[in-house]
Design a protein around this ligand. Structure first.
Ligand code: CO
Ligand code: ZN
Length: 325
C-alpha cells in the first residue's frame, strides 16, 4: 500500500516530461481495464467499458519543478520555474534531473533582504567546475524535480509530489478495487496540470463524458497561523465546492456527498481560494461538462515536505469507488 505511493512519489515527472510516471502507472493498471491508450499530448487513458453513464476520472501525474535556462562559465545553472515553485521553499533544497544528476539550490549572497529574493537570483550547483563540465551533465532545457523522501510516520505521510501522486495512487487503487458496474469509466492520468490544466482539457474534449471527477490535493487551514480554511489533515477527503478555476457542478457535488454518507466516511467541504485544478478546464470543454473533485488535504503544497494523512488517502479511494460504480 505505502510502497506503491512511495514508488509513485519518487519518480521524476515534471510537467511535459511525464514519460516515466506514465509507464509506471500503466504497468500497475493495464491488466485491470479493458483498454489503455496514450493520447497526442501524453495523457494516459484507461477505459472500463460499459453501456451506462460515461464518467471521466482525472488525476494529473505531472509535478512542479525547474528548467535549466543558462549555464555560466563556472558551471552554475540558472533556472526558471515549471509550475508554482516557491522561491523560499526552494532555498537549500536538492533537485534531481531525469538522468539522476542532483544539484543544490541556493541564492546569490549579495541580498540585503530575503523579501527581494527572486528565482532569477538563485542558482543550482551540480558540482561542475566549468561550463563544459556542466554541459556534460545537464543541458539548457532539462528539467528537474525537488527531492524529498517519502516517509510514513503513524498515519502521516511526508513526501515530495503528494501533489499529485497521492491522487494518482487513489485512482490506481480505485481501478484495482472497482465494483460491478455498467458505467463506462475513463480513468485519465493527465499531463501538464501544473502549468495550466492543459492535458485535462484535450482529454475531456475527446472523451466528452456525462460527468467528470478529478482527484487532486488541496491546501489546509490547520497549521500555526494559517489562512482560515475549513479543511484539515486527517478530517477525511474533501469534496470540492470551488477553487479559482471552477465552481463545481451541484450534481457532482451531490453525488460525492451522498456517496460519502452511504459508506459512512468522514468528509469535508473544500473552498480553495488560491489555485486551480483539472475540473477548471474540463468543465469548459465539449459544450460544458458537469465537473467536481475529490481533494486530498495536504499541508505545505508545492514544497518537498508535503504532508498528508494516509487515512484521508484511503478514504478517498473508497469514496471514488462508491461514486463511480
Ligand atoms: Co499543484
Ligand atoms: Zn495538483
Amino acid at each position: 500500500m505505502f510502497d506503491l505511493l512511495k514508488k509513485l512519489t519518487g519518480i521524476v515527472g515534471v510537467s511535459g516530461n511525464e514519460e516515466e510516471i506514465r509507464e509506471a502507472i500503466k504497468e500497475e493498471i493495464k491488466d485491470c481495464v479493458d483498454e489503455v491508450k496514450v493520447d497526442a499530448l501524453g495523457n494516459l487513458i484507461a477505459v472500463k467499458k460499459g453501456k451506462g453513464k460515461k464518467i471521466m476520472v482525472a488525476a494529473h501525474m505531472d509535478e512542479i519543478g525547474i528548467m535549466v535556462t543558462y549555464i555560466d562559465d563556472n558551471g552554475f545553472l540558472r533556472f526558471s520555474a515549471i509550475g508554482g515553485v516557491s522561491r523560499y521553499d526552494s532555498i537549500g533544497q536538492r533537485v534531481k534531473f531525469k538522468n539522476g544528476v542532483v544539484g543544490a539550490v541556493y541564492y546569490e549572497e549579495k541580498l540585503d533582504d530575503i523579501k527581494n529574493l527572486q528565482l532569477s537570483k538563485m542558482y543550482i550547483d551540480i558540482g561542475a567546475k566549468s561550463k563544459e563540465e556542466a554541459k556534460n551533465m545537464v543541458q539548457v532545457g532539462d528539467v528537474a524535480c525537488f527531492v524529498g523522501d517519502t516517509v510514513l510516520q503513524g498515519d502521516t505521510v511526508i513526501s515530495k509530489a503528494l501533489d499529485n501522486r497521492s491522487g494518482c495512487f487513489v485512482v490506481v487503487k480505485a481501478i484495482k478495487e472497482l465494483k460491478e458496474t455498467d458505467n463506462e469509466i475513463y480513468f485519465v492520468f493527465t499531463v501538464q496540470e501544473e502549468v495550466g490544466l492543459r492535458g485535462a482539457r484535450t482529454a475531456a474534449f475527446s472523451i466528452n463524458p456525462d460527468i467528470a471527477i478529478a482527484v487532486d490535493v488541496t491546501m489546509t487551514g490547520d497549521t500555526p497561523e494559517s489562512h482560515p480554511m475549513e479543511v484539515k489533515c486527517g478530517g477525511g477527503p474533501a469534496i470540492k465546492i470551488k477553487d479559482r478555476s471552477v465552481l463545481c457542478h451541484p450534481e457532482v457535488r451531490r453525488l460525492l456527498e451522498e456517496s460519502a454518507k452511504r459508506i459512512n466516511i468522514p468528509y469535508q467541504l473544500e473552498i480553495l481560494e488560491a489555485g486551480g485544478s483539472d475540473p477548471g478546464s474540463i468543465h469548459l470543454t465539449a459544450g460544458g461538462i458537469p465537473s467536481g473533485a475529490i481533494s486530498i488535504p495536504v499541508r505545505y503544497v508545492h514544497s518537498p515536505v508535503e504532508t498528508a494523512s494516509m487515512s484521508d488517502i484511503n478514504n478517498a479511494v473508497r469514496l471514488l469507488v462508491e461514486a463511480i460504480c
